[in-house]
Design a protein around this ligand. Structure first.
Ligand code: NHF
Length: 473
């Protein structure tokens, strides 16, 4: 089975978030179980500067009023035989925009390029995909382009990693794609005539839609259906399913145990495993606290993007109410200036709170290895990777009861869940955690259970393979 996976980013070549990790680890795991998988992403200037791959060839496509030349570059994913392709629009370079209108046009052009690339790769590399796996809004109009523009009937899977980002822009982008009016009038119906929602079009046109945890799949179908921008598309998919399986399927992400393994971690102060974790964690904690100038106390951490989704406001509120708890809080991450400023403010207020407002991979490893607990107060969480990583390092998660957090944490067994959005509930969960820590035997069991929980990609890859097979039947 040949599968072409596409999306905005893929580690190790270009990584900005959790999707980047998935686009590296899932192909690896799929390839181990016999799926012939290849990946295609934009050839951003950042990738070009770092790797400067050799050009394999080019093709031409019409976008706007011009003929665009698209260069094809490629490399194998390190330590594998999996080909990764990079497409370069020679007139309008693919840039890693943070936000903005131009992003809509850029990804329309990239998605069109992927459509044409399917022909290029089968002609030049004698490999034709049986199925295209798109990820998030950036590549969500590929199913539409394949059906209405390129005339290719290949099954498509759209995986939603975060429903909040939908790629909403002017409907004019369809003119740039040269999609004739009669082809698009279906899209214009029932919608503000000027807007296109990339993720929404993906939901309507993809053969199957999935997301990154079973609970988030339910949340998309139940909660979002009623009150979000995306609901008309979900309803339309349901009503006009045309024989497609209409449910949003949820497959939990995994983590890459080649990268996240305390026994091999070069960044941690000390390596350890399930057999010597008590000594290992203590040594890591001692060095971590010394390096941050903190006293020896129960230590809670937060690692992640400082975005509204991640619920740092809830954590900050809670911190103000636990100053008599005699604990340490370590916060690591970067993001929106406003959230960063409030994190720095709370760290200034209490000596037992330390904040590092940077993206620092090495320090993240040290924090996972040296903390007792990790707090994950997300307002919503499609899957979440940090709770799984922390568990592997024997660091107990205290997380909002939502999305993939609910699917990966067994409340009271290998972590704690609290009602999302409520600082008072977080405070109570911290109390529960501290009292569990005092009961040495029970706490030991909990840590060992957490370390042993299997979050390997192997399990999830089998589910994806099954889904692909179903789609090809
Ligand atoms: O794990 C990768 C990641 C998820 O919950 C995470 C998120 C973005 O919000 O699937 O995508």
């Amino acid at each position: 089975m040949n599968v072409l996976i596409t999306g905005y980013e893929a580690a190790p070549f270009y990584k900005r978030g959790g999707l980047g990790d998935v686009m590296e680890s899932l192909p690896k795991a799929l390839s181990k179980i016999g799926v012939d998988v290849r990946v295609v992403i934009p050839y951003y200037n950042d990738i070009k500067k770092k790797y400067n791959f050799k050009e394999e060839g080019e093709f031409v496509m019409k976008f706007e009023s011009e003929e665009d030349r698209i260069g094809v570059y490629s490399s194998l994913l390190p330590q594998t035989k999996i080909p990764f392709y990079f497409l370069d629009n020679k007139r309008h370079k693919f840039i890693s925009y943070k936000r903005g209108r131009d992003k809509i046009n850029q990804f329309a052009s990239f998605d069109l390029a992927v459509g044409h690339f399917i022909g290029w790769v089968s002609e030049h590399h004698h490999w034709s995909p049986d199925l295209i796996h798109c990820n998030d809004w950036h590549t969500a109009i590929i199913p539409l382009i394949l059906r209405k523009k390129i005339n290719l009937s290949i099954p498509t899977l759209l995986t939603i990693h975060n429903l909040m980002y939908q790629g909403v822009g002017s409907l004019k982008v369809l003119d740039l794609l040269h999609m004739k009016d009669e082809e698009t009038k279906e899209l214009k119906r029932d919608k503000p005539a000027t807007a296109i929602n990339f993720l929404g079009e993906g939901i309507i046109h993809a053969t199957r839609v999935s997301t990154v945890s079973p609970t988030y799949a339910k949340e998309i179908e139940q909660t979002e259906r009623d009150h979000s921008l995306i609901s008309p598309f979900l309803v339309k998919r349901e009503q006009e399913g045309l024989g497609k399986d209409r449910r949003v399927m949820g497959i939990l992400n995994g983590i890459d145990y080649d990268i996240w393994d305390p026994a091999k971690d070069e960044f941690a102060f000390h390596k350890f495993d399930i057999n010597n974790w008590e000594v290992g964690k203590k040594d890591n904690k001692d060095d971590l606290l010394k390096c941050l100038g903190l006293e020896d106390r129960p230590t809670f951490c937060f690692v992640g993007r400082m975005a509204a989704q991640k619920g740092l406001d809830i954590l900050i509120k809670t911190i103000n109410h636990i100053s008599n708890f005699n604990v340490n809080i370590i916060i690591l991450g970067s993001g929106t200036p406003k959230i960063q400023a409030s994190v720095l403010k709370i760290a200034k207020k209490f000596t037992w709170v330390k904040a590092e407002v940077v993206y620092d991979e090495e320090l993240a490893h040290k924090i996972y290895a040296g903390s007792d607990f990790i707090i994950v107060p997300s307002r919503y969480e499609p899957c979440g990777l940090i709770q799984m990583i922390a568990m592997r390092y024997g660091t107990i998660p205290i997380a909002s009861d939502t999305g993939g957090l609910r699917d990966s944490i067994l409340n009271g067994k290998n972590g704690f869940l609290f009602k999302k959005g409520k600082s008072i509930r977080l405070k109570k969960a911290i109390e529960r955690a501290l009292s569990r820590m005092q009961n040495k035997e029970k706490f030991k069991k909990m840590v060992e259970r957490a370390m042993k929980t299997d979050f390997s990609w192997d399990k999830s890859a089998v589910l994806y393979k099954k889904l692909y097979e179903e789609m090809l039947r």
